[in-house]
Ligand binder design. Structure first.
Ligand code: ADP
Ligand code: MG
Length: 677
């Protein structure tokens, strides 16, 4: 048995269990080992004062000293409070909307209270703790996995331990690196992350695995860079006179920044080196038209051009735009997405194989194995933060010598960009088209939500349209967040009862999504309640209000993107962030949004706040495949890991050849960054 063997080779995995595992995307042993716990319970219990750690669940045997009267919070929840004593320290237990819990506690009795005990003042606070049952537990720290379908923690623990009994994972980082950064071994870290012996070892395991991920990640980026540099001479696409005609037909004049970036791109196209350029431009700066100009230039010189975007909605939108802009010049354009019918797909793929010039706009479908580009001259990827390294690499393989433009509106702090994109040349569209109205941004507490919707209603009466973005699709009882469905219900039964309101989320069928977007574009729907599927690219100039529910749950870059959906036309626009503000950091983050519309400023501030150690509810980087590391939060590790990866690639010592080989093999195959020899 090796790590690529099916889990069905494990003792105790019959057809039924196999099905359960497969449902959670666990197919082979490696998948199983990389199915890390999402949390831990410290059932050993009763740590010393110094070892109480608010980040992890622990069990403290405490005595009830006082049971408080329930209060109603401003947001309408019941708050129950019980005070405990733990070894002379005061502990506030707080429960939301569970008035019945009081019945389980009696004054002066002691209980094994389990939860995350956070230091507040001289004592501790624990939210929604439970009484731990301590019988039959063998280990001190119990892993808690994300349970999908019928998986149980017990089953997963048992299977992992079966594997760990029979295999040893060989080390894949050079000893010097392990020593230098005081990292524990790979085998040990995998054991510890599943079955931590103690808190320190758990932390060591996480540190090692984060390093591993960021090391592999950096190595992949560097290999990608070498691949681009090493690819044979690029093609040279001269400037075509027809470009002037295209410019004349544009409904607007290019901004100076757009003109400058177009020139940079055209120079790259003309040169014999393959272009590899990042075009950064804030939301609404007009990147699309810049891409179309480059695409048109490639096309008129007889090449194919591919325009790849992360969502079907965006692909459709660009397709329509391209037809409008380039269609009149006789440019042939095809749309290829996941929902293109099989027959259509075949027809388009056949066309792609032919020698005729063609523009293809699409999603990931564009990089599937059987899409075989003939004479690909240019590849543009839009909103690239959704594309991982593997996908970029695949694309480059498609058009062996093709030029590559990567466009992004995610303002990446300069410091970070250095680590992530050092392989790219950078162009910046650092100017917005004239006449853009500043988007009036305000932050409301949940209790003043109605005021936000009244403002929205006013705008609807003026003929404008409104977006409402929520973090979830369905109601989530435990986290008390607002979902698309619950907001829809509330608004439709209330203030928007006479207004056309629709719901949009990622789980819908593509055709359904497309219809909904089209009705919004055509101004049939006035209010669109959506998840972040509308985050990138959607362009509806008549929309003037963006309301974000539970805004504290979103990253600032994401909020900035969402805000960019309004203020695209001639109308004054509003962005209202409805936030549940519990901490100073949340408050600061919301204020940053209110005071600035400059994406770079926001990104830098965000990074500074992250440096303060605050954890946010959602991952922002969006780089797929990173299980533990977060590019923003673990920037320090990224810095070192990248340095080491670079050294190894440069030195090519014999003993490291295998490591480099393994990683380069996995460059496109695996989207995970922890790999074993
Ligand atoms: P983004 O950079 O966010 O992708 P888009 O390319 O979607 O921005 O452009 C946003 C809007 O601005 C579109 O409606 C587009 O037609 C318009 N636009 C682009 N360039 C200009 C310009 N130079 N002057 C006026 N409007 C422009
Ligand atoms: Mg765009």
């Amino acid at each position: 048995m090796d790590i690529y063997s099916s889990v069905s080779t494990l003792k105790g995995v019959g057809p039924k269990v196999l099905e359960k595992l497969n449902k959670a995307s666990i197919f082979n042993i490696l998948d199983l080992l990389l199915y890390f716990p999402r949390d831990y319970e410290f059932i050993g219990g009763n740590p010393t004062f110094e070892d109480i750690d608010g980040e992890i669940k622990q069990i403290l045997t405490c005595a009830v000293t006082s049971i408080k009267r329930d209060i109603r919070t401003r947001t309408g929840k019941y708050l129950s409070t019980i005070e405990f004593d733990y070894d002379g320290h005061k502990i506030d237990g707080k429960w939301f909307n569970q008035p019945y819990v009081k019945n389980s506690y009696k004054l002066d009795n002691t209980y094994n209270l389990m939860g995350k005990f956070k230091k507040v003042g001289n004592g501790f606070q624990v939210i929604n703790p439970v009484i731990a049952c301590r019988s039959g537990l063998s280990s001190e720290i119990k892993p808690i996995y994300t349970l999908k379908g019928e998986l149980t923690d017990k089953l997963l623990s048992k299977l992992v331990s079966t594997v760990m009994d029979i295999i040893t994972i060989s080390e894949n980082l050079p000893k010097e690196i392990l020593d230098k950064y005081k990292l524990i071994g790979l085998d040990e870290s995998i054991r510890e992350i599943h079955f931590p012996k103690d808190n320190n070892l758990l932390k060591a395991a996480i540190a090692r695995l984060k390093f591993q991920e960021l090391f592999t990640y950096s190595m992949k980026l560097l290999l990608l860079k070498n691949k681009i540099k090493g690819s044979s001479n690029g093609i040279s696409i001269p400037w075509n006179d027809k470009l002037g005609e295209l410019k004349k037909t544009l409904p607007f004049q290019l901004t100076n920044a757009q003109t400058r970036v177009v020139r940079e791109i055209l120079m790259d196209q003309k040169s014999h080196h393959p272009m590899n350029r990042l075009v950064q431009g804030d939301v609404g700066s007009g990147k699309t038209v810049v891409a179309f100009i480059a695409i048109y230039n490639a096309y008129t010189n007889g090449y194919k051009a591919a325009f790849m975007v992360p969502t079907e909605i965006l692909a459709n939108q660009h397709y329509e735009e391209a037809k409008k802009l380039l269609g009149p010049f006789g440019v042939e354009i095809e749309l290829l997405t996941g929902s293109t019918s099989a027959k259509e797909k075949k027809r388009i793929k056949d066309r792609i194989k032919e020698k005729e010039p063609l523009v293809v706009i699409g999603t990931h479908a564009l990089i599937q194995e059987d899409v075989d580009f003939q004479d690909l001259g240019l590849v543009v990827t839009d909103e690239q933060h959704r594309f991982g390294v593997e996908q970029r690499s695949k694309l480059i393989n498609k058009g062996k010598r093709a030029d590559v433009i990567v466009m992004t509106a995610t303002p990446i702090p300069r410091t970070l960009a250095l680590y992530l994109y050092s392989d790219l040349d950078v162009s910046a569209i650092d100017e917005l088209p004239p006449g853009r109205k500043k988007i009036d941004t305000s932050v409301y507490r949940e209790s003043s939500r109605n005021k936000a919707y009244e403002l929205a209603m006013n705008e609807v009466k003026k003929g404008r349209q409104v977006y409402v973005v929520c973090p979830l699709i369905d109601e989530d009882e435990t986290k008390q967040l607002n979902s698309v469905e619950s907001i829809y219900k509330r608004l439709k039964e209330g203030i928007f009862s006479d207004v056309e309101v629709e719901v949009l989320h990622g789980k819908m069928k593509s055709s359904e999504k497309e219809d909904i977007i089209n009705r919004f574009k055509d101004n049939e729907t006035k209010v669109l309640i959506s998840t972040t599927v509308i985050e990138v690219g959607i362009n509806v100039p008549n929309a003037s209000v963006m309301i974000v529910e539970s805004a504290q749950r979103f990253g600032l870059a994401q909020l900035h993107q969402l805000r960019g959906r309004v203020g695209r036309g001639e109308y004054p626009s509003f962005c209202i962030l409805i936030a549940n503000i519990k901490s100073d950091t949340t408050k600061k983050r919301m204020m940053i949004m209110a005071e600035s519309t400059d994406g770079f400023y926001i990104a830098e501030q965000d990074l500074k706040l992250r440096g303060s150690g605050e954890m946010f509810g959602m991952k922002q980087s969006g780089e797929e495949g990173l299980l533990l590391a977060d590019i923003y939060e673990d920037m320090d590790i990224l810095k070192y890991a990248r340095e080491e990866a670079k050294l190894i690639l440069e030195n090519k010592e014999d003993e490291n050849k295998r490591l480099v080989y393994e990683i380069s093999q996995g460059l496109e195959k695996s989207s995970k960054y922890i790999c074993f020899n």
